[in-house]
Design a protein around this ligand. Structure first.
Ligand SMILES: Cc1cc2nc3c(=O)[nH]c(=O)nc-3n(C[C@H](O)[C@H](O)[C@H](O)COP(=O)(O)OP(=O)(O)OC[C@H]3O[C@@H](n4cnc5c(N)ncnc54)[C@H](O)[C@@H]3O)c2cc1C
Length: 404
């Protein structure tokens, strides 16, 4: 009988990679994480953790460690450039009541469990894969002080290396084959100073056809800040500084006090994201011994509100199915793909339609509907009725997909 501990390479130390390593440890595998960055990254942007993620995190025993930064006294206002405001619906008011946290809250909770029992190599990335019937020989390149190149054998490779995945490119094909542009730019950071004239725990949303800016208040932390805008020329957005692109996208009308403050907050940020939104669409997420997971595989985008939750769920389910199929990694990967695929297809479709319009009204009509909706939501009964109407849809959208 073969009693050798199976070894897996996990590429990427985001939520997907860390959760995978945690589950592999639990089922008796030896994961090795390689992360391209030279060190752990900052806490990053806001995340709403819906039931899919909450149920998974609970099962994995990390939900308490992830915590909850939702401020129950918070009010989110819909604002106009001229300063008019009315109470609206913030991210935390959505049915299903997502936990508002930072991406780093999930990563830290997972990291604290994984790091003591897992080899982590920073500044390291795969450059070639040679897959055969008994495993995968992977060439790994490390840069920096310990620069080296080695080829090592693994029983399984998990590509959890994000939307522009190197594993996907090397094993399945170029980005252009799988990345579907949503023609929107996303700019996210954390604010240093609250919006003047608003309580620090309150949020604001300024939504116009084709562009919007949101703030996401937290307890015990500065609010998150998110700009979105539509563009027909993504490349042009990266030929100038993010600030110039943001000002061009939100012009030429005068900014007014709230938008100006928010633009200045982005300008002052130490750390930010400025990127185009893409979904990843693939007919299969795996070969016999190489599998993609999280944004590398299905990138739902922030417009689904489910990227972090599904990265956790994908990792949890992978662990469960590998454990159930000892000796047949291929069968485990096939079952894993089959179980997740309908759910991810539904999430992608919803993110491209209702999800995107919720974050960015696409037309004048969307904006009018949004304003009418805010008027209903401003009343306590309106909010209750609306939540009840949406509750069923949100329940179906956020099932515990990793439960086995
Ligand atoms: C602004 C914003 C808001 C969001 N809001 C929500 C939300 O409310 N709810 C929600 O559920 N999701 C949200 N998401 C999506 C969610 O953050 C992602 O889906 C999730 O974090 C993806 O995790 P991941 O581990 O798959 O990938 P990533 O987080 O992209 O991690 C990939 C890791 O791989 C590393 N890497 C990349 N290339 C290589 C390489 N060649 N070799 C080694 N390492 C490599 C990277 O450095 C990184 O550490 C949001 C996203 C954004 C941008």
């Amino acid at each position: 009988m073969n009693t050798r501990t199976p070894r897996a390479l996990v590429v990427g130390m985001g939520i997907g990679g860390l959760a995978t390593a945690m589950r592999l440890n639990e089922i008796g595998w030896e994961p090795v994480i390689v992360e391209r960055a030279p060190a752990r990254r900052a806490a990053g942007y806001f995340i709403g953790l819906f039931e899919t993620g909450r149920a998974t995190a609970q099962r994995m025993g990390v939900l308490d460690a992830i915590g909850n930064r939702t401020d129950l006294t918070s009010v989110t206002y819909d604002v106009e450039r001229d300063g008019r405001r009315r109470p609206g619906m913030g991210y935390g008011d959505l049915p299903g009541g997502p936990r508002l946290i930072l991406r780093g809250d999930i990563e830290t909770a997972l990291y604290n469990s994984v790091a003591p029992r897992t080899e982590i190599r920073y500044g390291t990335t795969p450059t070639a894969f040679d897959e055969h019937s008994t495993g995968v020989d992977v060439t790994l390149r490390t840069t920096g002080e310990d620069a080296s190149e080695t080829t090592e054998h693994f029983d399984l490779v998990v590509g959890a290396d994000g939307m522009r995945s190197t594993v996907r490119r090397l094993v399945f094909g170029p980005d252009s084959q799988f990345m579907r542009p949503l023609n929107h730019i996303v700019a996210a950071t954390v604010m240093k100073e609250p919006v003047p004239g608003y309580r620090p725990q309150d949020g604001v949303v300024l939504a116009e056809p084709g562009r919007s800016v949101w703030t996401f208040p937290f307890t015990n932390h500065h609010p998150g800040l998110l700009f979105n805008y539509r563009t027909d020329d993504e490349d042009a957005q990266f030929r100038r500084s993010p600030m110039e692109s943001l000002r061009a996208a939100f012009g030429p009308e005068p900014t007014g006090p709230v938008l100006e403050h928010l633009l200045q907050q982005f300008e002052k940020a130490d750390d930010y994201i400025f990127d185009s939104a893409h979904q990843v669409e693939m007919a299969t997420w795996h070969t016999d011994r190489i599998v993609l997971l999280g944004d590398a595989a299905w990138c739902l985008t922030l417009y689904s509100g489910m990227g972090a939750s599904t990265a956790l769920a994908g990792a949890d389910l992978l662990g469960s199915l590998l454990q159930r199929n000892p000796g047949s990694t291929t069968r485990a990967l096939r079952e894993w793909d089959q179980k997740l695929r309908p759910f991810m297809t539904m999430q992608q479709e919803s993110a491209r339609t209702e999800g995107l319009t919720t974050f960015v009204p696409q037309t004048r009509k969307d904006k009018v509907v949004r304003t009418a909706l805010q008027r209903v939501l401003a009343r306590r009964t309106g909010k209750k009725v609306m939540s009840a109407l949406l509750a069923k849809t949100f329940k179906e959208m956020s099932i515990d997909i990793a439960a086995v």
